[in-house]
Design a protein around this ligand. Structure first.
Ligand SMILES: NC(=O)c1ccc[n+]([C@@H]2O[C@H](COP(=O)([O-])OP(=O)(O)OC[C@H]3O[C@@H](n4cnc5c(N)ncnc54)[C@H](OP(=O)(O)O)[C@@H]3O)[C@@H](O)[C@H]2O)c1
Length: 153
């Protein structure tokens, strides 16, 4: 896994920290891009989102679905040709705490992201795994009773 080059991880919250930690533990070169530059994330320090994207051919989006409206426009051109993976769950939380879908009719989270990033190779992964599970249940390839990660591409 170490020969794939750096991976850019956009976001510095719960799932980003869990992924960064797991990937670094397995030898990946992770560049964390966040709006708060210079913050410690796993065993690295956040850089700008633009710098992180420029450094890697694989980019993982670990930000809220609603934040894509703000985050994607400045980096859309830089994402051309790159693999872009998103774990963002396209839901809105109502004042009563319930969740409602936040997607145009007929689109999935992956297909909606592909429309926004037509020249990128879009995939979805890690959207169904709680950050805590990634932290506490990550296991090497040889281990028994491993969690499966669903991927849609
Ligand atoms: N937590 C989980 O277990 C889990 C599991 C599967 C999927 N997900 C998905 O992962 C995504 C992130 O969830 P999370 O739990 O990690 O959330 P979180 O802990 O609240 O972290 C959100 C991250 O997104 C950043 N962010 C928010 N709005 C932004 C904007 N406009 N521009 C730039 N950065 C922005 C935040 O930056 P600041 O720190 O500067 O606010 C923070 O780094 C969500 O889409 C969620 O559906 C989460």
């Amino acid at each position: 896994m170490t020969n794939m080059g750096p991976i850019a991880l956009i976001g510095s919250g719960r799932i980003a920290t869990a992924l960064a930690t797991a990937w670094m533990d397995n030898g990946l070169d992770v560049r964390v891009g966040a709006r708060r530059v210079g913050s410690p994330v796993a065993r690295t320090t956040s850089i700008t989102i633009e710098e992180a994207v420029r450094s890697a051919m694989v980019v993982m989006l670990a930000i809220p679905h609603q934040a894509l409206d703000e985050v994607l426009p400045p980096i859309t051109a830089a994402l051309d040709g790159r693999v872009v993976i998103s774990c963002a769950n396209p839901v809105r939380v109502l004042p009563d705490g319930s969740f409602v879908p936040d997607l145009p009719d007929g689109l999935t989270a992956g297909s909606a992201l592909q429309v926004r990033l037509p020249a990128s190779k879009v995939a979805r992964a890690f959207s169904h795994l709680p950050a805590e599970t990634l932290t506490t249940r990550a296991a090497p390839a040889s281990a028994a009773m491993r969690h499966a990660v669903a991927v849609a591409a």
